[in-house]
Design a protein. Structure first.
Length: 481
């Protein structure tokens, strides 16, 4: 049974107390630097200081976070270097922990490696220290929803404690000391976090590999290779869950020593989860299929979320969950913020915040989730994406108007018009103008959808800042009426 094997996965690792003691001794006396004080390295800094391990800090900008931590940490930090030269002379350190926003392939980090400096990350240290079994989830789209659904399902057993962290917003190093060998950590992992790993989770899920972050990664191949790290170091005792409908993910299983499970919206799989006859099904290795629930019971909008539920079912089975546990979690699942989140219904028009859709593929999936006429709010900063496929989706008939903003507005408009879109296109200077434009075009029964297909930088601090601005403008405008 998958259940019995998987609960024992963490037991095969080195004793957690021994591993933590060894890691602590290795860090003692090291010249350590934290590169970038984002959410992850702030949590890492707190962990290191709790162990009496001092370090230096380097960051490009002295914002509110850096100033606040300077006051709080004081003399516990050896030195602070803030400014454009923060990545210079890294060879003076034995070990540097990069924030995910700094690519592992950055030229300054490559030079530091050549000089003998080790480049690591909060995620890598967590994987080294964690005494519990780890279930990691990655993919171009859907990883936050899938990881959340898995944590919800597995909270019902067989583990004493299940913790959710990673790219979803909570650095797992912040709770590593609360975990024991019998627990489970579900970790959402982005390509940024996967770049420099040397250990893979016991259960790895790869939802899909599309095109993303080409402003960060060297090219599409390097992006795909970063994703592959989630399963690169797995063994025959581990499980790898792959999307049978995605050629890029299927290839990961060709040479993997791990036990393979697949999920599919298109047809049955030998082992894993699939959709057929209006239901979701689970099939364990060598067993008959088990019914999970009806497709219509998946409460999240969009066919892609049915795929996320199937991925969670397959991975949940590997981690010891029953079909009933998965079904209960699916029925109880609620959408995460900024992921096709219904803001409200005003004058018969539905407003949705899908600000996390930072790629054309994600925005296209959002468009395909509605049958009602759509007034699309899109655009933002460049990630090197191709908008051709999105343009075809826009022109397919569901979109009535587009309100575009940011650096990529013209390229989105051009791709859509080239594909045959004949609806209204308005170039906007602000989110306020975009919301007002979309709202003025919408009629009763229509949908106003923020699904940008682009990064938020330049206009907003983050995708969540962008989504919050959209929600404030929508609710504010409608209250005034």
């Amino acid at each position: 049974m998958l259940r019995r094997r998987t609960v024992a996965l963490a037991m095969k690792e080195e004793d957690p107390g021994v591993r933590e003691e060894r890691a602590g001794k290795e860090l003692e006396g090291c010249r350590i630097a934290l590169l970038g004080l984002g959410v992850e390295n702030e949590a890492l800094g707190r962990y290191l200081l709790s162990k009496g391990i001092r370090f230096s800090v380097r960051d490009r900008v002295e914002g509110d976070r850096v100033r606040s931590l300077r006051r709080e940490w004081g003399s516990s930090v050896f030195s602070w270097l803030v400014g454009e030269t923060y990545l210079q002379d890294l060879a003076r350190f034995d070990l540097v922990y990069r924030t995910p926003g700094i690519s592992s392939l950055h030229p300054e980090l490559a030079a530091a490696r050549r000089s003998g400096t080790e480049v690591s990350s909060q995620t890598r240290l967590f994987l080294d220290l964690c005494p519990a079994a780890i279930l990691g989830v990655t993919g171009t789209k859907g990883k936050g929803t899938t990881a959340s659904l898995l944590a919800l399902a597995l909270a019902r057993g067989p583990y004493p404690q299940v913790r959710l962290g990673g790219n979803i917003g909570l650095p797992p190093i912040s709770f590593v000391e609360e975990l024991t060998r019998g627990d489970l950590a579900v970790v959402e992992l982005s390509s940024f976090q996967l770049q420099d790993l040397h250990r893979s989770p016991a259960i790895a899920v790869v939802l899909n590999i599309g095109t993303d972050h080409l402003d960060y990664h060297a090219d599409q191949q390097e992006y795909a290779e970063a994703k592959e790290a989630i399963c690169r170091f797995q063994t025959s005792d581990n499980y790898l869950v792959l999307n049978a409908d995605c050629a890029a993910t299927r290839r990961l299983g060709e040479h993997s020593p791990a036990q393979l499970l697949y999920f599919s919206l298109a047809g049955e799989v030998e082992a894993g989860a699939f959709a057929a006859q209006g239901h979701l099904w689970l099939r364990r290795h060598g067993a008959r299929r088990e019914q999970i629930c009806a497709i219509q019971e998946v409460p999240l909008k969009g066919r892609h979320n049915v795929g996320n539920a199937l991925a969670a079912a397959a991975a949940g089975a590997a981690a010891g969950a029953s079909a009933e546990q998965v079904a209960a979690a699916i029925r109880a699942m609620r959408g995460l913020p900024h992921r096709l989140e219904l803001v409200g219904l005003f004058d018969g028009v539905e407003f949705y915040d899908d600000s996390l859709a930072t790629t054309p593929t994600a925005a296209l999936a959002a468009l395909q989730s509605f049958e009602s006429p759509i007034h699309l709010v899109a655009g933002g900063s460049s990630k090197g994406a191709d908008f051709g496929e999105l343009g075809v989706g826009v022109a397919a008939g569901g979109v009535r108007s587009m309100s575009l903003l940011g650096d990529e507005a013209e390229r989105i408009a051009a791709a859509s018009k080239a594909a045959g879109f004949r609806g209204e296109v308005r170039m906007c200077e602000s989110m306020r103008e975009a919301v007002e434009s979309a709202r003025s075009n919408a009629e009763e029964g229509d949908v106003v959808l923020l699904s940008p297909a682009c990064a938020s930088f330049g206009l907003f601090e983050s995708y969540s800042d962008r989504g919050d601005a959209f929600k404030r403008l929508v609710t504010g405008a409608c209250r005034r009426d």
